[in-house]
Every structure is written in structure tokens, then in C-alpha cells.
Design a protein around this ligand. Structure first.
Ligand code: ZN
Length: 291
């Protein structure tokens, strides 16, 4: 006897319509995949052979932003407390180049007059106005600034007076002779300019002092109320102490905290910021210790 045989399991078959749909979907999927591959390959070929190298692309298309146009970060500068001397003089040279004509022009507030740089046209006479209703005269720009400065000092309770301002060539000649009664040679040259070599002849300079004559034309003027106020505020009005302490090898003059030179507020601010002690160093000009 034999067990009734189960009919052999027939392979499951899809009906013909479903089979066709399945095959169609497979074909479509494969085709889509193949299309993607072909497009990808085509894109790669186009990119490789048709696109110019990046550097050329930058040259050809300067206006188009490319990764090469991303700014490269610059390394942080090493902080320095003080610019090296060479750098100071490089800056000074460029200032001199910019102001080349002005530093030789006695009518410019940037003029540099010293023992190596006489006033161009030695008998030059500037435009002048009286200052502070006195007999003293200055160039209008310097006169206006001086009156503003004196008014500001007075507001702070500090009185300053003018001892000497503009001096003509002839007046300098007389002043030099008067000083020559007591001094001679290098000692005379250190305190009194020869005529034609004095900044006072430009109308841009005032010698100032205390109303009571304290430390008049002496180094100790720096420690008077007027002297201290000047050191702190003169640059705000465009004036600098032209002959600072310890710089006579550069300027050719002893320390004169009373001798104020007008260079204008913008230049005085830049001068102060530069750290240059003298106009010679500020402009990178040769030292002028003597004639
Ligand atoms: Zn002076």
C-alpha cells in the first residue's frame, strides 16, 4: 500500500500579467541605474577634459568666486612694544617723501629749520598777526592756535605768557649779538641761532613762560604749572616742544621746554603717536648738531 502522494509542490508562479509588470519594473530600475552611471561617467569626462585647470579658470573668469578667492588668513603679527628703529626711519622717510616740498617751504607749517637747513631765502618774512593784543606776532595759523591754547590753559587755572614769538632776520641778528656778549662758540650756538637759521623767523614759534618769571628760559620751566600743562596739552593745539631734553645731538640746541613750535593739530597728533622725539627724526632728516 502506498501512502497517498501529495501532489508535488508546484513552483509558485505569478500569473502572466503580474510577471510582465514585475519584469517591466526590474527593467526600468536597471535602466534608471544604468542611466545614472552613464550620466555620472559623462559628467566626469566633461569635468576632466573640458574644464580648464583651476589657475587658468581664475585667470579667465576673474569675477567668478572660486575657492582660490577665499582669503588666506595671515599669520598673527608678533606683538611688539616698540617699533624697531629701522621701521621708524622707514616710516619717517615716507613722511619726508610726502612732505618733501613742505619741509623746505618756510610758509608751510611742516617746514624744518635747523643748523643744516637755513630758511630758504634767508630774509624770508611770513604773513603775521598780533597775538593776545600784544606786540608779539605769529603766522595767523599759529597765532589762532596759541590763543586757543592759552584760553584752555586759563580755563584750567594755568596762566602762560609769551616771551618771544616772530623774530625777523635783523631781530635775530640783534638777539644773537646780545647773547654773544655772554657766550661764544659752541655754547652760543647751542642757545642762539644764527640769523637765517632760526625757527622764530617762520612765525610758527613762541617762547613762553610763567607770568611771575619763574624758571624763565631755564630747563626747570618744565616743572612749573605752565610747563607741566604744556607738556600734557600743547599737542592738542598743534604745538610741540621742538628741542626736547637729551636731543641736542640731533637738534643742536639745549633742552628748551619753553620753545613751542606750531605744526598743526593733525601733525602734532601723528608726531606724538610716532614716538619720534624731534622733527628731524619724525621726517628721517639728518641730525643737525652744528653748522
Ligand atoms: Zn625759541
Amino acid at each position: 500500500m502506498s501512502l497517498p502522494r501529495k501532489p508535488p509542490a508546484r513552483a509558485k508562479k505569478h500569473p502572466p500579467s503580474k510577471l510582465a509588470a514585475l519584469q517591466l519594473r526590474r527593467t526600468l530600475a536597471l535602466s534608471a541605474f544604468a542611466l545614472v552611471l552613464v550620466l555620472f561617467a559623462f559628467g566626469a569626462v566633461v569635468f576632466k577634459y573640458l574644464m580648464p585647470p583651476e589657475s587658468t579658470a581664475v585667470e579667465m573668469l576673474p569675477a567668478v568666486a572660486t575657492p582660490a578667492a577665499v582669503p588666506i588668513p595671515t599669520p598673527a603679527k608678533t606683538p611688539t612694544t616698540e617699533a624697531p628703529v629701522d621701521e621708524q626711519f622707514m616710516t619717517a622717510s615716507s613722511r619726508a617723501a610726502v612732505a618733501r616740498d613742505e619741509i623746505g617751504d618756510p610758509s608751510s607749517r611742516l617746514v624744518v629749520v635747523n643748523k643744516q637747513r637755513p630758511i630758504e631765502g634767508k630774509r624770508y618774512e611770513p604773513e603775521l598777526v598780533s597775538v593776545l593784543n600784544s606786540e608779539h606776532q605769529l603766522h595767523p595759523s599759529a597765532g589762532e592756535a596759541l590763543e586757543k591754547m592759552f584760553a584752555a590753559a586759563a580755563d584750567d587755572g594755568v596762566q602762560i605768557r609769551v616771551l618771544s614769538a616772530y623774530r625777523s632776520y635783523d631781530r635775530q641778528y640783534g638777539s644773537r649779538n646780545a647773547n654773544g656778549q655772554k657766550h661764544s662758540g659752541a655754547a652760543l650756538d647751542a642757545i642762539s641761532a644764527r640769523p637765517g637759521f632760526s625757527e622764530h623767523q617762520t612765525g610758527l614759534v613762541a617762547d613762553v613762560g610763567m607770568p611771575n618769571g619763574q624758571c624763565e628760559l631755564k630747563a626747570c620751566f618744565a616743572d612749573t604749572t605752565a610747563g607741566l600743562w604744556i607738556q600734557e596739552h600743547a599737542a592738542d593745539y598743534g604745538f610741540i616742544v621742538r628741542y626736547p631734553d637729551g636731543e641736542n645731538d640731533i637738534t643742536g640746541y639745549i633742552y628748551e621746554p619753553w620753545h613751542l613750535r606750531f605744526i598743526g593739530t593733525a601733525t602734532a597728533e601723528d608726531f606724538t603717536a610716532s614716538g619720534a622725539p624731534t622733527l628731524e627724526q619724525y621726517f628721517g632728516l639728518p641730525a643737525a648738531p652744528d653748522y
